[in-house]
Ligand binder design. Structure first.
Ligand SMILES: *Cc1c(COP(=O)(O)O)cnc(C)c1O
Length: 388
């Protein structure tokens, strides 16, 4: 079924493209004409715009959100014997980068209302690592004397984590805070941007994220000059003063000039798109709050609404009903990270992080993009509530 003859898409990128096509074409043509496909002027222009947008001192654009996380961990010299604390309820990339460097991800359960890392649970996990308490962290049996080094909170579905409490714990235990803002570009926490939290924040410009390019892209934001300098080096194979002078191990982590050009065109309309996402989310909430559980948005922050997710027991009944009405849904995430096969070596069993496990069972996401009409939202919620 359609409203206004337009099928409802889970994320619709074509309406946006249609709207800004001349701008996109002009930007792309600019790159084709100067031909600097790697580190062309658009990359630096974008970094400047993103610094202004987030009111942050340094933006280091990079190849994708996963590299953004990885590069920060590399800059902190993370490796075997280090413990990095993160949420069990996230996308694989958040924890993968920790393991990739040989460090140990320590999964922490989430707050049942915001779905973000639970600060009391975080402190408990830090204490457990400090005291080799394997009742909290089963892997401590085989890995004695892990050194707590950092925390990676995730702004799940676009909602900033509880940064005041998290950075407080960071200071107390001398841990850096790397904000995974892959879903929260544009969100706000106590009047500052989500991507300007902690010691550094990482974001992704994957096409389906709130600000997406037409391929892979990402960025790191920080106010720390020394960290920014290291990141610039790591982005290009650990370069020193000159191109073939390599002072550390790095990666090829650059953002393509073409993707920067596309992001520059999209950034112009992004603030308005963010307003639309908020309008749509508000309407969803108004129409659904008595029928399904919705993510709690504390008063001191806003969401970038990467996803509008709801929680309901036996969700498959509603998902099937929506599907039969031509309305797509998705599940982020069907399995928490601590129960992924890739992390079986950590020895977690079902039941060890129950809030994340329950959420994975009952969560699903409704269509969300800035071009959904109020009529479409009414139609979707009518199917959720009344069966259509
Ligand atoms: C998308 C995402 C990433 C990874 O970003 P890529 O650009 O796909 O590498 C990391 N963390 C979270 C929470 C994400 O949603």
């Amino acid at each position: 079924m359609t409203v206004n003859n337009k099928p409802i898409q889970f994320i619709d990128l074509s309406l946006q493209q249609h709207r800004i096509l001349p701008k996109l074409q002009k930007r792309i043509a600019g790159v084709l004409s100067h031909g600097q496909y790697i580190m062309g002027p658009e990359v630096y222009e974008l970094e400047e715009r993103l610094c202004e947008f987030n009111k942050v001192k340094h933006t280091i654009s990079c190849a994708n959100g996963t590299d953004a996380l990885l590069m920060v961990l590399m800059a902190y010299g993370i490796g075997p014997g280090d413990a990095i604390f993160t949420t069990a309820f996230s996308f694989m990339a958040t924890a993968e980068v920790i393991a990739l460097l040989g460090a140990t991800p320590v999964f922490v359960d989430i707050d049942p209302d915001t779905y973000n890392i639970d600060p009391p649970g975080l402190e408990k996990a830090i204490q457990a690592v400090l005291h080799n308490d394997e009742s909290v962290c089963p892997f401590l049996k085989s890995k004695d004397n892990l050194k707590p080094r950092g925390i990676i909170p995730v702004d799940i579905f676009g909602l900033p984590a509880d940064y005041e409490k998290i950075t407080g714990l960071g200071k107390k235990y001398d841990l850096f805070v790397l904000a995974d803002g892959a879903q929260s570009f544009g969100a706000e926490y106590k009047e500052t941007k989500a991507c300007n939290q902690g010691d550094a924040a990482a974001t992704s410009f994957f096409p389906a994220k709130p600000l997406g390019c037409y391929g892979d892209g990402g960025a790191i934001f920080t106010n720390n000059d020394a960290l920014a300098e290291k990141l610039l080096s790591i982005r290009v194979h650990g370069k020193g003063k000159e191109k073939y002078d390599n002072v550390r191990i790095g990666i090829n982590g650059r953002l393509d000039t073409l993707q920067a050009a596309i992001l520059l065109a999209k950034l112009e309309i992004f603030p308005e798109e963010l307003q639309n996402r908020n309008r749509i989310a508000k309407l969803y909430t108004k129409l659904l709050k008595d029928h399904v559980e919705i993510q709690a948005i504390p008063d001191d922050r806003t969401s970038a609404w990467a996803q509008y997710s709801v929680k309901k027991e036996n969700k498959q009944i509603i998902q099937t009903r929506l599907k039969n009405n031509g309305i797509p849904t998705a599940v982020y995430y069907p399995r928490p990270l601590h129960l992924q096969q890739a992390f079986a070596y950590l020895g977690h069993r079902p039941g060890s992080l129950p809030v994340s496990e329950n959420l994975s069972k009952d969560i699903f996401s409704l269509p969300m993009h800035p071009y959904l009409t109020d009529d479409q939202v009414h139609h979707i919620t009518d199917v959720v509530v009344n069966g259509g």
